[in-house]
Design a protein around this ligand. Structure first.
Ligand code: FES
Ligand code: FES
Length: 200
């Protein structure tokens, strides 16, 4: 029995599961405001891929080394596997899907024109890292490029990536768009012409 004058004992409310507060994180992805009902410690990579179906951002190492998961957070290249969504409340995130509407960002156009990818797995991260670099430094030196692009490519496309970055820099400087219309396919005859070893 409660003594008179003593404060009432606190009561523990039994809360139905549906009423348990679900953490919600809000930020903008590719210009669309999104509320994620996910634990705040969820890596941004998985929010993008699993909740937003933005699968252009890839999972490689999961420990911040390979760069396959690179996206822009407030304009800066970031490894999305290493960022908890709770840490970027209110931020602006851009993925490869949102880099340009017509795949005409100079980096994308250069990549297509020079047919950079082999398997392609690392390439969205490479392009996002390049796009962020060009935005912050339109005339990067070789050292600047090496410092900004620490992403890994298991297929060894680095020489083509270097050429594509140079092409993107030229295009961005000159304002002349790169003609990046991809060929619809290569006929065997054309392939033989293009590849001396295959000529009859
Ligand atoms: S998956 Fe994020 S750096 Fe490799
Ligand atoms: S193109 Fe295959 S990992 Fe880079």
């Amino acid at each position: 029995m409660q003594q008179s004058g003593a404060p009432p004992a606190p009561r523990l409310a039994t809360c139905p599961r549906s009423l348990i507060a679900v953490p919600m994180t809000r930020f903008t992805v590719n210009d669309v405001p999104v509320h994620y009902r996910l634990p705040p410690e969820t890596p941004l990579l998985w929010a993008l891929r699993d909740a937003s179906n933005l699968t252009g951002t890839k999972y490689g190492c999961g420990i911040g080394l390979c760069g396959a998961c690179t996206v822009h957070v407030d304009g800066h290249a970031q490894r999305s596997c290493q960022i908890a969504i709770g840490a970027i409340e209110g931020s602006f995130v851009t993925t490869i899907e949102g880099l340009s509407k017509e795949r005409d960002h100079p980096a994308q156009a250069a990549w297509i024109a020079l047919q950079v990818p082999q398997c392609g797995y690392c390439q969205s991260g490479m392009i996002m890292a390049t796009a962020a670099l060009l935005k912050s430094n339109p005339s990067p030196s070789d050292d600047d490029i090496a410092a900004a692009l620490t992403n890994l490519c298991r297929c060894g496309t680095y020489p083509r990536i270097r050429k594509a970055i140079a092409r993107a820099i030229d295009a961005a400087r000159s304002g002349v768009a790169i003609d990046a219309d991809a060929a619809p396919g290569t006929s065997p005859a054309q392939a033989a012409e293009d590849t001396p070893a295959l000529r009859p």
